[in-house]
Design a protein around this ligand. Sequence first.
Ligand SMILES: Cc1cc2nc3c(=O)[nH]c(=O)nc-3n(C[C@H](O)[C@H](O)[C@H](O)COP(=O)(O)OP(=O)(O)OC[C@H]3O[C@@H](n4cnc5c(N)ncnc54)[C@H](O)[C@@H]3O)c2cc1C
Length: 384
Amino acid sequence: MDFALSLDQKGLGKDIQEFSRRFLAPIAAECDEKQEFIPTEIWNQMACLGYCGLPIPLEYGGAGLGALDTLICLEAAGKGGAAAGHLLSWAVSTVLGSIPIIKFGTPEQKELYLPRIANGELICAFCLTEPDAGSDAGSIRTRAERSGDYYVLNGTKAFITNGPIADLCLIFAVTDPDRGSEGISAFLVESSFPGFSRGKQLDKMGIRCSPTGDLILRDCLVPAANRLGPEGQGFKTVAHHTLEWERANFSFFLGVMEYNLQTCIKYARERIQFKRPIARFQAIRHMLAEMRVELDAARLMFYRIGWMIDQGLVPAPVQASSAKYFLTRALKKNADYAVQIHGANGMMKEYPVERTLRDYKIAEIGGGTTQIQLDIIAGNIIKS
Ligand SMILES: Cc1cc2nc3c(=O)[nH]c(=O)nc-3n(C[C@H](O)[C@H](O)[C@H](O)COP(=O)(O)OP(=O)(O)OC[C@H]3O[C@@H](n4cnc5c(N)ncnc54)[C@H](O)[C@@H]3O)c2cc1C
């Protein structure tokens, strides 16, 4: 493994960090308050700069980046001070919206959708969870029944990131109820298809800049040509082979942690108590040191996942789940310490560290809960 970043990687990271600092950080608090996504003019600017198509091949109008480079870009945006909610929605659309199509799409599906994801026209959602199927995602009930050249979809998808705004939704539905998870197929569903509707945007404690909501499918007509991958392979192949990317997507939180750490170092140097900067107190210094050590370790685990995807060394369920598990723990501590170091100010909304203590929770729940990550790790190491 060689994690020395190339000049290109460093340059790309710096550009995105600067973009985030100039355009996303200043709107973070207000969007968090109002539960608003990235404004259209900024989203369009991101698309022009190639940020909406990071892993999409050049021939489809994307930036053609590998996994490690994509991960570095997501991290860089976090370092610039953007709201984690904006970064989550962006990562879900750009990465989880495109990777399944890149890996399993027909030439026609790639031609139809990838350029429009890259140019920012399509915002995407990845829709597995249902009201009665969360961690046990293989038990989904949304039905897809073949009718001539179409599938008819019926069911509800719950807690979907970008649900209230998505134009293109990757929906997992049961095509053969007798075959369990091998009877699940994946479909590219446009929000304009008849029978598609949305629930209201949900009011959340954290990650408020990322719109979340339910999707309702009532006799939703989906062309058979929009099935992604073979029938019955939606869960076993499409979802399963996207898992490493799904975990790696949380790399924007590495940047959020770095931003918090730098903010805390600055605050600790400036805040005077007992006639000296609080950075002189060992208790504060040790918190900063722990934040640094754990961020470093989480970063290396994430870079390893990016590298493994690029080398074709996947599936790598243990490494991917370990990275997400460790990041979540480090992030929780980072968010808690950041508020503690800021004292009362840390609880005030005008200080960005306050937001992280609400935002971090998505890492423990979304993309497979912490308990499920441990289950995956245990299942694999005990088996082997
Ligand atoms: C803000 C937000 C955005 C989301 N975005 C998306 C999205 O874009 N697409 C999508 O498909 N889903 C999305 N989700 C849903 C998310 O993936 C699920 O919430 C998650 O998988 C957990 O499912 P659940 O909430 O039903 O909890 P449950 O599965 O009901 O779990 C409840 C508790 O039981 C524990 N538990 C469950 N089973 C086990 C077990 N076998 N062993 C040990 N503990 C267990 C869990 O860890 C958890 O602590 C989102 C959720 C949130 C909050």
